[in-house]
Write a protein that binds this ligand. Structure first.
Ligand code: ADP
Ligand code: ZN
Length: 214
């Protein structure tokens, strides 16, 4: 049983570690970016409201995100733990999550904070390619697919996320620094933070995380 969270700037490798943690611990990942992109693609009411924010790299308003998560965390698959990726992203979201969890008599067990310098984030985001069908992610030079632009896992043609263009990526990092960075202190104060060097490579990071989780 583990209720975990990944914290870190865009491009810090949260998605990659999420995939590995999920496989190792058999808990679902709740990735708000993926959930929102699905709503956008399906043009649901939430998707229509969220679109302008996601496309421009701004944060979707707290009330929408909190309502979304209040529902998501009641699903059966979260009963034995979960990994949050991309939520909370603001202090009000973190407070709302604490409240939700304390009402059900649970709490987060650990927050993994992936630290990566800005220049590296920009390089990683610029080269990132994703599979629109299965969500696998690649990097054009760092972790390319076997065949250029084709997903190893499912054969779909890879795309670049529209908010991964250079200007929007820079802006998302600014938004992270202004609105999400305060969560580092928030979780450190609560004794939940495990601070990790996000530049040491995905395999090394995975080892460190496994070591902490035991
Ligand atoms: P990354 O971590 O690479 O920035 P995500 O896929 O987690 O990307 O998020 C993409 C976008 O979805 C964000 O830029 C934001 O617009 C929206 N989003 C995701 N999670 C949240 C959240 N918890 N609060 C507000 N907006 C969010
Ligand atoms: Zn795929």
């Amino acid at each position: 049983m583990a209720r975990l969270m990944l914290l870190g700037p865009p491009g810090s490798g949260k998605g990659t570690q999420a995939g590995r943690i999920v496989r190792a611990y058999k808990i679902p990942v709740v990735a708000t970016g993926d959930i929102l992109r699905k709503h956008l693609a399906e043009q649901t009411p939430l998707g229509l409201k969220a679109k302008e924010y996601v496309d421009s790299g701004r944060l979707v308003p707290d009330d929408l995100m909190i309502a979304l998560m209040a529902d998501r965390l009641t699903w059966d698959d979260t009963k034995n733990g979960y990994l949050l990726d991309g939520f909370p992203r603001t202090i009000p979201q973190a407070e709302a999550l604490d409240k939700l969890l304390s009402e059900e008599g649970t709490a987060l067990d650990k927050v993994f904070y992936l630290k990566v310098p800005r220049e590296m984030l920009i390089m990683r985001i610029a080269g990132r390619r994703v599979c629109p069908a299965c969500g696998s992610t690649y990097h054009v030079t760092g972790s390319p697919p076997k065949q250029a632009n084709v997903c190893d896992a499912c054969g779909s043609t890879l795309i670049q996320r529209s908010d991964d263009d250079a200007a929007t990526a820079e802006y998302r990092i600014d938004v992270y620094n202004a609105q999400t960075m305060p969560l580092v202190a928030y979780y450190r104060d609560r004794g939940l933070l495990a601070e990790l060097d996000g530049t040491i490579g995905a395999d090394n990071l995975q080892k460190q995380i496994s070591g902490i989780l035991g």
